[in-house]
Design a protein around this ligand. Structure first.
Ligand SMILES: [Zn+2]
Length: 406
């Protein structure tokens, strides 16, 4: 029964998509709004009191037996990347509701239970990630006011169409006295659980991205008449920097650090001109802060060697530098207890991807439960999670919520 309801609900939510391959349900789009309304109805049917906060986050609440007690919350997001999958975020929303539905059928727990659907978790539309949870913890970014989507729609105007006002998002802020704990159920979005044949991943820390903008200045010149030994080719230097990022990240890999050059802008990017200027976007992530610092230092050293050798000056700008977020020890123990209770194979692991949980950790005891996804594939139409894994994730989530709300 429960399994059928869960899988049918995930199937229903997948219908809220603009079409094309996979699921496209961008933050604050019509599809996103309709998916939110659909889940709000289901929350109401499950006996939850539903409201939307000043940022549009959906909050469903099942009162507890102890008046004024802080809530034990779970939740995730419904928005997707363009041509994404049907499980990223949705598993935590539907799974969270399934877990609360089960507990609602039992004797009331002392603490209230909440299901939170965070708005705009993906950065695809406005360039900012986990906006809903940031709004909830009081970390709304002033530059959101200038954010635009690809169609040129400004974020404040888009919010306005949803009946929301960016200047009053502070009303969405919640304090630690309101929420006792937050647990997010999510697909792993990586291959580790599948490879190690574990059903549950208990997250110990969420990796934080450091983003660098590297600008290489060379000398543009004629590709036919400039001798090979008299060139300052910015793209050649950039290629060496890309290889250096890979080499340094491989050296730090055993400490959980990864490095990626995801952006390259070559100027003037024409066939007959030696590249005069190249911009690179570098993303470095890890859970070990010392390792991240070493990675960046090694990269800076490598870059200055390349710059000198190639006679192409290089400027490095740190765009963002966030610290890794550890999950709460008591919550990790509670999830572990639940796994043992059901005899479910689990492992402790880190999350390379960012999640709303990493923001919630700033205001409350926070944990994350991962379930496997096939081949580790996510943000892709072929994203897939097995129904039996989803159900085991819900078993563990429900048991964890129950322990914490007792
Ligand atoms: Zn997600």
């Amino acid at each position: 029964m429960d399994r059928e309801w869960v899988m049918a609900t995930i199937e229903e939510i997948a219908k809220f998509s603009t079409g094309g391959p996979g699921i496209t349900r961008l933050a604050f789009s019509d599809e996103d709004r309709r998916a939110g309304e659909y889940i709000q109805d289901l929350m109401g049917q499950a006996g939850l009191a539903v409201r939307r906060d000043a940022f549009g986050n959906i909050i469903g609440r099942l009162e507890g037996a102890m008046p004024g007690a802080p809530a034990v919350a779970t939740g995730s997001h419904l928005d997707t990347v363009p041509e994404g999958g049907r499980y990223d975020g949705v598993v935590g929303v539907v799974g969270g509701l399934a877990a609360i539905r089960r507990l609602a059928g039992k004797e009331p727990l002392p603490h209230p239970l909440e299901l939170i659907v965070f708005m705009a978790e993906e950065s695809s539309r406005f360039g900012f990630a986990t906006m809903g949870s940031k709004a909830m913890i009081g970390s709304a970014n002033p530059s959101w006011a200038k954010a635009k989507d690809q169609a040129g729609d400004g974020f404040p105007a888009v919010l306005g169409r949803h009946g929301l006002d960016l200047t009053s998002v502070r009303a969405a802020v919640r304090g630690r006295e309101e929420i006792k704990a937050f647990i997010e159920l999510h697909i792993e979005q990586g291959p580790i659980l599948e490879r190690t044949e574990k059903t549950i991943g208990i997250v110990e820390a969420i990796a934080a991205p450091t983003r660098l903008k590297i600008v290489v200045d060379g000398m543009a010149g004629h590709s036919g008449s400039t001798p090979m030994d008299d060139r300052q080719d910015a793209l050649v230097s950039a290629a060496m920097i890309i290889l250096a990022v890979q080499e340094i990240a491989l050296e730090q890999h055993h400490r959980g650090t990864v490095g990626t050059v995801g952006i390259i802008r070559n100027h003037p990017n024409v066939m007959n001109v030696i590249p005069g200027r190249v911009e690179l976007g570098v993303d470095i992530r890890g859970v070990d802060h010392d390792s991240i610092i070493e990675t960046i230092q090694d990269l800076k050293d490598a870059v200055s060697t390349i710059a000198d050798g190639q006679e192409t000056p290089v400027a490095i700008e740190v765009v963002t530098a966030d610290k890794p977020v550890p999950m709460n020890g008591d919550i990790i123990n509670a999830i572990e207890t639940a796994c043992r209770q059901f005899n479910i194979p689990y492992r402790l692991m880190n999350s390379g991807a960012g999640h709303d949980a990493m923001n919630m950790a700033a205001i409350t005891a926070t944990g994350m439960i991962f379930i496997p996804c096939r081949g580790g594939i996510s943000h892709n139409p072929s994203e897939e999670a097995a129904p039996e894994d989803i159900m085991k994730g819900i078993d563990v989530l429900a048991a964890t919520l129950e322990q914490l709300a007792r």
